[in-house]
Ligand binder design. Structure first.
Ligand code: HEM
Length: 509
């Protein structure tokens, strides 16, 4: 077990004016001139320092994340300030415990160099280095999502990224996907509203979005949703402000976070939970495992847990942020999954991409390494850095005191009733008030005021206006999609689109 703060691991402290060396530590004779044969001669391949510099430079990139490629983050601390031991036994959530952590915020659809202020959900990924292993809460700044089945995720992301032919982003295909996936209505209303472009990462909330379960020391389970509420206040950018910034400072959000922490203005968020007793799930008006729905805070009020504060900038963006590998799979005793089909798909997706993007031993990198001991039987693979002592056996079962799992821990991560054992493909269960539009309608009619509704109309119409007017069937579907939320909304969008300038995005481009 290492006690070094995760933010300090891996740093080389080089003395001032130390002699330059190769990566192998060998002093080199010249920083600027490579070897050559004669005054105008060719260059010998045995100039190993030249070769190392050129070859290493060629390998500076790791593949960028497919979704959430553009982002940045910082280190900090989470302190549990309240007693929630009746809900979870997780060590990090016991009153008074302080846990070091790293956070990464991101946009979803853009590439690594894309502007921070594009309209998009923001990733809100947290890694807590707990005494029981790493716990990752890989959420967004929205409490919901566009779809409710992991099998649609690659299609959804494809619709947000670039066309195969032109290499351009295309609003027509975004609306094609959304209108053919009406479960997206709630999230698209949120996205096109004020929360769709936060002023900075400091001015947004974070959510688990999914329902998880928590298990207390007696084995009692509850369903929970996480809400990280910003202490900086919610603020947003208008479309015009965001468009201007996208052209003048693409790194606006990254810069804001960096400067705030550098200047000692540490952003913080209070964590609250919504807690549902397991026996209330079946009768709740919405399916509590449907990622396109929230739980009413009147039914399940927020219960405070503690505070997260970001107080250390990374020392190396590539090593500590680009190579940070967040995964819902990093879960600790006292917290468990739920029957949300999106969450269950994500449990596969993240470690899989990390093994591809960073390598099989990604958890041995300083930013990903837990603070607690690793007693595993995994071995070898590319870039293996840590290894078990040779006296530790390579296999289980063994007769020589190798690591042994504890059957008493079988329910640490909870359980749930599968309601049958037949394998089938079906929609998730519909509860009494489940329709695709119900919560978008509430958001539009009851949460937004007139000014917010007016901005929503403008933001949607601005986005839809990029569609070429010849796409009449698609445009009719877009108006019907919004009319199903509220007839006034459908009519306002149609009127604004038809009155304004039109673009040329076509489905077949
Ligand atoms: C990033 C898959 C849904 C939040 C990613 C990445 C993949 C992925 C492959 C790239 C990870 C990397 O390269 O490091 C999926 C799949 C989903 C899904 C298959 C649905 C089945 C969601 C949802 C949320 C979310 C619902 C939020 C509640 C994030 C965040 C990141 C991310 C925050 C960036 C993590 C970071 O900063 O490194 N997702 N995702 N994803 N996803 Fe998802």
């Amino acid at each position: 077990m290492t006690s070094q703060h995760p933010a300090d691991r891996g740093v080389r402290n080089i003395e001032p004016k130390a002699p330059t060396t190769t990566d192998g530590g060998v002093p080199v004779p010249d920083d600027e001139k490579s070897a050559q044969i004669g005054r105008q001669g060719p260059q010998p391949i045995h100039d190993f320092y030249l070769i190392e510099k050129l070859a290493h430079f060629n390998r500076e990139n790791v593949p960028e994340r497919i979704p959430h490629a553009k982002g940045s983050g910082a280190f900090g601390e989470f302190e549990t300030t309240e007693d929630i031991s009746d809900i979870t036994r997780a060590a990090l959530f016991q009153k008074g415990v302080k846990t070091p952590m790293v956070a990464r915020f991101s946009t979803v659809a853009g590439e690594k160099g894309s502007p921070d202020t594009w309209r998009d959900p923001r990733g809100f990924a947290l890694k807590f280095y707990t005494t029981e292993g790493n716990y990752d809460m890989v959420g967004n700044n929205t409490p919901i999502f566009f779809i409710r089945d992991a099998i649609k995720f690659p299609d959804f992301i494809h619709s947000q990224r670039r066309k195969n032919g032109s290499g351009l982003r295309n609003n027509a295909m975004q609306w094609d996907f959304w209108t053919l996936s009406p479960e997206s209505t709630h999230q698209v209303t949120w996205l096109m509203g004020d929360r769709g472009i936060p002023k900075t990462w400091r001015h947004m909330d974070g959510f688990s979005s999914h329902t998880y379960q928590m298990i207390n020391a007696e084995g009692v389970r509850h369903w929970v949703k996480f809400h990280f509420k910003t202490n900086q206040g919610i603020e947003f950018l208008t479309q015009d402000e965001a468009d201007t910034l996208a052209g003048t400072n693409g790194d606006y959000h990254r810069e804001d976070l960096w400067n705030s922490i550098r200047d000692g203005q540490y952003p913080s968020w209070d964590l609250y939970l919504q807690v549902m007793p397991v026996d209330e799930a079946e009768g709740y008006k919405y399916n509590p495992f449907d990622l396109t729905k929230t739980w009413s805070q009147k039914d399940y009020p927020l219960r405070k847990v503690g505070t997260m504060t970001l107080n250390r900038n990374p020392q190396n963006h590539h090593a500590q942020i680009e190579q940070a590998a967040f995964a819902p799979t990093n879960i600790v005793p006292g917290i468990g999954f739920s029957p949300d089909k999106m969450l269950l798909g994500r449990v596969f997706a993240y470690p899989d991409i990390h093994r591809y993007r960073i390598g099989a031993n990604y958890q041995q990198l300083p930013v990903n390494m837990p603070l607690s001991p690793v007693n595993s039987y995994s071995k070898e693979g590319s870039m293996a850095y840590e290894f078990n002592h040779p006296a530790v056996p390579e296999y289980h079962p063994n007769s020589i005191d190798g690591p042994t799992a504890d059957p008493a821990r079988a329910y640490d991560f909870g359980a749930w009733d599968t309601e049958g054992s037949e394998v089938f493909r079906g929609p998730i269960k519909k509860h009494a008030e489940d329709t695709d539009q119900v919560q978008a309608t509430i958001l539009y009619r009851e949460v937004m005021d007139d000014a917010a509704r007016e901005r929503l109309h403008g933001n949607i119409a601005g986005h839809v206006s990029a569609i070429d007017p010849s796409e009449t069937e698609l445009l009719e579907r877009v108006y019907a999609y919004w009319t199903a939320v509220d007839p006034d909304l459908g009519a306002a969008v149609k009127a604004k689109v038809e009155a304004g300038p039109r673009g040329n995005h076509r489905l077949n481009d």
